[in-house]
Design a binder for this molecule. Structure first.
Ligand SMILES: C[S@@+](CC[C@H](N)C(=O)[O-])C[C@H]1O[C@@H](n2cnc3c(N)ncnc32)[C@H](O)[C@@H]1O
Length: 299
């Protein structure tokens, strides 16, 4: 049976495998997913034994994520393991194609949610948000653009007990999944999620104290359009928390940023003043990629 450290080693090796082995993002995602499932299975089978070997926090997080996923996707373990994994994406990098073949599948929010067990870039997103929640006012209204499985919305609502939220995501499956997560966390009554496009937000100007757009703008062909919308709905003096990958040309990314400077240039162009900018490098296959995390203010 696979132990946690063996899984970690295998996963690290996988991320460093030559690019030719995983030419398509879906293939990468699929492998990632299969390994996650392997991990989940082994973690459940070895629970008692491994609890002795692993730090408590790792296991607390894993169990919570597994139980959340089962509840949010409304599946049992058997259904989870026999879930159909999409592999129909073409190399066209066409928005409608990605939407229908990937986002609109039961698999998608589950796979994004699983990332929060172990995938370093996902954990970094949460850490960056945690870092800045303390400096926000006690009361406020935020918007999560491209909320995916809802992990970040739920996290903000749980940490900021007097805040209310809104959010859009292009995927109906993500909406269903995220709403169930928020209900499980008992924060759904403070948040209104809907299916929508970041390029045409259904909100009035200056509606929010905080806009979150984490790993979403690279999923549209012109990130500037989405970011301009985000700035429109942000109050003057409000904050934007954004995360954008650099040099990560996978199939569902319809725009590739070349450098952190290009990301900074975009923030400047739409009128955001960056107050904290972090870059983190992650090893993936032969090429590393960089994730950028920013806190900005609308003057
Ligand atoms: C990588 S996931 C990030 C999810 C979430 N922000 C997180 O960090 O956990 C990207 C999300 O963007 C959504 N998305 C893609 N294009 C979109 C668009 N044009 N409008 C709204 N959401 C979109 C996808 O459905 C997906 O849920």
């Amino acid at each position: 049976m696979i132990q946690y450290h063996e899984f970690e080693t295998a996963f690290e090796k996988l991320l460093q495998t030559p690019e030719t082995t995983y030419p398509h993002a879906v293939e990468y995602h699929r492998t990632n997913f299969q390994h996650s499932i392997q991990y989940l299975l082994s973690s459940i089978l070895n629970q008692t034994e491994t609890l002795v070997q692993q730090s408590q926090t790792d296991w607390e997080n894993t169990e919570e994520v597994i139980s959340d996923i089962l509840y949010c996707a409304d599946v049992n373990m058997q259904q989870l393991f026999s879930l159909e994994i999409p592999n129909q994406l073409t190399t066209d990098r066409d928005f409608e194609d990605v939407k229908t073949k990937l986002y609109e599948t039961k698999y998608y929010p589950i796979s994004e949610h699983l990332n929060y067990i172990f995938l370093p870039p996902a954990l970094e997103r949460k850490r960056f948000i945690r870092k800045h929640l303390g400096c926000l006012a006690d009361m406020g209204h935020f918007c999560d653009l491209g909320f995916g499985p809802g992990v970040l919305s739920a996290f903000i609502l749980q940490q900021k007990e007097l805040w209310t939220g809104c959010g859009v995501d292009i995927s109906g499956h993500c909406l269903h999944h995220a709403e169930r997560l928020l209900r499980k966390r008992k924060v759904l009554e403070r948040c209104e999620l809907s299916v929508g496009d970041v390029r045409t937000l259904p909100y009035s100007d200056e509606a929010f104290d905080l806009v979150v757009a984490v790993e979403v703008l690279e999923h549209i062909p012109d990130p500037e359009v989405g970011l301009t919308e985000a700035v429109r709905v942000l109050k003057s003096g409000g904050y934007a928390i954004t995360a954008l990958p650099v040099k990560l040309p996978i199939l569902m990314h319809l725009y590739d940023f070349d450098s952190p400077d290009e990301v900074l240039e975009l923030y400047k162009k739409v009128g955001l003043q960056v107050v904290d900018f972090e870059t983190k490098e992650f090893q993936r296959q032969t090429e590393p990629f960089t994730d950028t995390f920013a806190l900005s203010i609308k003057p």
